[in-house]
Design a protein around this ligand. Structure first.
Ligand code: 1GP
Length: 270
């Protein structure tokens, strides 16, 4: 395992500093070129991780082409910043797979959220997809970040595809027990998901319950479309706030950068 690879997992799981924003790129919803442009805009606005994945219609080809396009764009920006003494020295933001399963992976990613969909009712997402994907990931040298993934109501497509027994907004004890279980398994991240495009995000009470019951890097996403919801998640204890759909609303990347800059500022405001 290379130093850079374990650096990526440490970076992603570090709990020092304010809540960070990550952009989720769904390769089924945009071209690799647009994915790269949106990722650059997000990083320029202050996003600190790019996740690539989706719960349907992704495959090896569109995931790999998208990861490569984003990596090339970010490496160019990093290189340019080292050439210009006056500009901010931008260290490269990691590109991390957030896969729907073993059939949608890329060796060009810096790491992969190697997840157990903990409240799935099917062995497929509890263990079988992981077993199918593990040899590819090992061969490609992509660093697995062990992650507990928990789908909360309304759950959206991820909840349906994953056949999840959804966590309801008032089930704080249940989410606490899952977070303790995640920690006991040795997972490093714990992701509370409301589903992409969810009508409402994860209830902050659930985030607080997880925060109190584990010291894993806590990731929250699904249905977060404005700075106020991001701030509520941050104040409840999220280490990472993820947005996917938000960026897809913007084809003008300058506008996207402005929107995300304001979003991140509000997320971390007092
Ligand atoms: C989905 O949590 C992410 O896995 C992002 O959701 O697309 O609603 O931002 P949105």
């Amino acid at each position: 395992m290379g130093a850079r690879e374990s650096d990526t997992a440490d970076y992603a799981c570090s709990r020092v500093g304010p809540t960070r924003h990550a952009i989720l790129i769904d390769p089924a919803d945009q071209t690799p070129d647009m994915a790269a442009k949106r990722s650059l805009a997000a990083v320029a606005a202050g996003s600190r991780m790019v996740l690539v994945g989706g719960s349907s219609d992704t495959d090896m080809e569109n995931v790999h082409e998208t990861v490569v396009a984003i990596q090339e764009a970010l490496e160019l920006v990093e290189w340019a910043s080292t050439q210009d003494a006056g500009s901010e020295n931008l260290s490269k933001v990691p590109v991390i797979l957030f896969p729907q399963g073993a059939a949608a992976l890329s060796p060009a990613a810096d790491a992969i959220t190697f997840m157990m969909l903990m409240n799935s009712t099917t062995p497929r997402f509890l263990i079988e997809e992981q077993v199918s994907g593990a040899p590819f990931i090992r061969k490609a040298g992509v660093e697995p970040i062990p992650m507990g993934y928990l789908i909360c109501a309304p759950g959206g497509k991820a909840g349906e595809v994953g056949e999840a027994d959804l966590i309801q907004p008032d089930e704080t004890e249940r989410v606490a027990a899952y977070s303790m279980t995640a920690q006991s398994y040795g997972f490093r991240m714990f992701y509370l998901e409301a589903g992409s495009g969810a009508q409402y995000p994860v209830n902050p009470d659930l985030i607080r319950a997880a925060r109190k019951s584990c010291d894993l890097s806590l990731v929250v996403g699904g249905g977060i479309r404005d700075g106020a919801s991001a701030k509520a998640a941050a104040q409840a204890g999220a280490d990472w706030v993820i947005t996917g759909n938000l960026a897809e609303d913007y084809d003008d990347v300058n506008e996207l950068q402005e929107v995300l800059r304001a979003f991140i500022t509000e997320m971390n405001s007092d």
